[in-house]
Design a protein around this ligand. Structure first.
Ligand SMILES: Nc1ncnc2c1ncn2[C@@H]1O[C@H](COP(=O)(O)OP(=O)(O)OP(=O)(O)O)[C@@H](O)[C@H]1O
Ligand SMILES: [Mg+2]
Length: 213
């Protein structure tokens, strides 16, 4: 399938502001009359949303990192086949809340690098994001935001991990950014929603929109 659109992903720890910024970016693209789709992982299609429930609600007992990574990847294959690639083929902007970098950051730490490299290659193929925003902030701040948003609701499988796990995630996302400097842009997520959205828009405009006019 030919790719005419643009694939932009948002990554970062819990409560970093990914969902907030996905919505902002989609809004700005639509104002220009462009087709922009907001989607998320795990999820994005009915099958993948069903797998999301299994992964995040921890239905029976904790999965091993390998099996968790493979279920995330199975959901991703469905999402790519049914939603992401068809949308890119017709020229849409696809804005995705988490993607393969999250599997590398969350499960990769407990797996051999070669395992995660191979799995990612098999799953993603050539549909590597054109641009990835890594929303970076101290683990404590992200968790505090996620806690405040959740209120009395139950923490999910990852939100309930210890703070050291979340510190490790932040480091893992920064390592991914260092290794993929063309694709990844690290954004200081401690600032206001508007300041972050403005930086993101400047970057998207410069890379994809301004360049075409
Ligand atoms: N820049 C910001 N400053 C302060 N609060 C923010 C900012 N961005 C988002 N928030 C708030 O923090 C909470 C988490 O934001 P959001 O849901 O966008 O994060 P997320 O990265 O999608 O989190 P999760 O990983 O849990 O899905 C929300 O209540 C949101 O309104
Ligand atoms: Mg979110």
């Amino acid at each position: 399938m030919a790719k005419l659109g643009r694939f932009i992903t948002f990554e970062g720890g819990e409560g970093a502001g990914k969902s907030t910024q996905v919505a902002r970016l989609v809004e700005r693209l639509r104002v220009l009359g462009l087709e922009a789709i907001a989607t998320r992982e795990p999820g994005g299609t009915p099958n993948a949303e069903a797998l999301r429930k299994v992964l995040l609600e921890g239905l029976v007992e904790k999965l091993s990192p390998a099996s968790e990574a493979m279920i995330f990847s199975a959901a991703r294959v469905d999402h790519l086949d049914k939603l992401i690639r068809p949308a890119l083929a017709r020229g849409a902007y696809v804005i995705c809340d988490r993607f393969a970098d999250s599997t590398r950051a969350y499960q990769g730490g407990a797996l051999p690098e070669n395992f995660i490299d191979q799995l990612e290659k098999l799953t993603v193929g050539e549909t590597v994001p054109d641009l990835t925003f890594i929303l970076d902030l101290p683990a404590e701040e992200g968790i505090a935001r996620a806690d405040a948003r959740r209120g009395n609701g139950k923490a999910d499988r990852f939100e309930s991990e210890a703070i050291e796990f979340h510190r490790g995630l932040r480091a893992a996302f920064l390592t991914i950014a260092e290794k993929n400097p063309q694709r990844c842009v690290v954004v200081d997520a401690r600032r206001s929603v508007d300041e972050i959205a403005s930086d993101i828009w400047t970057c998207v405009h410069a890379r994809f929109i301004g360049a075409q006019n």
